[in-house]
Design a protein around this ligand. Structure first.
Ligand code: HEC
Length: 130
């Protein structure tokens, strides 16, 4: 084998290796072949939107405002930065540490939210208020 044909052979071999590696990576990243459907859990944005809808449906705005909408007496702007997940839950439901700081009337109006199927989305929405 002379120098020129050895170079050509090496170039061919390299090209072959590159093409097979590309195929292997393409398969590894997308084993199903066709595009995979999005993850089954709702995307964070959809969850926050559902939580915002629940916030309006559950009459939170009788006592709270967000971005100037609702009752300005108790604004919730920035609450996601002030409270951790447990704090958001306790204050939303009038439970735990929040219970003794709320009036009986506020606790009564907050309590039913504990049984709402959209509670996790509602809490995700509150956590997004930074
Ligand atoms: C009857 C009035 C009332 C209703 C209805 C109500 N809240 Fe409240 N909520 C209060 C009061 C009063 C406070 C304590 C004042 C404060 O810290 O802003 C409070 C506090 C909070 C806090 C903590 C605020 C902070 O800055 O620490 C969160 C979060 C909260 N409520 C969420 C909700 C959500 C979500 C709803 C609807 C499911 C709701 N609340 C319905 C009266 C109410």
């Amino acid at each position: 084998m002379n120098r020129q044909s050895r170079a050509r052979w090496l170039a061919g071999l390299t090209a072959g290796v590159v093409v097979s590696l590309a195929a292997v990576f393409a398969f590894a990243r997308n084993p199903g072949g066709a595009a995979q459907p999005a993850a089954t859990a709702p995307a964070p944005d959809a969850r926050v939107a559902a939580g915002r809808a629940a916030f309006e449906r559950l009459n939170c705005m009788n006592c709270h405002s967000v971005a100037g909408k609702g009752n300005p007496a108790n604004p919730l702007d920035g609450v996601g930065a002030r409270l951790d997940a447990q704090g958001l839950r306790d204050w939303t439901l009038g439970q735990g540490a929040a219970a003794e700081k709320l009036s009986a009337g506020a606790r009564r109006q907050k309590a039913p939210t504990a049984n709402d199927p959209e509670l996790p989305a509602l809490l995700a929405y509150l956590a997004s208020l930074k």
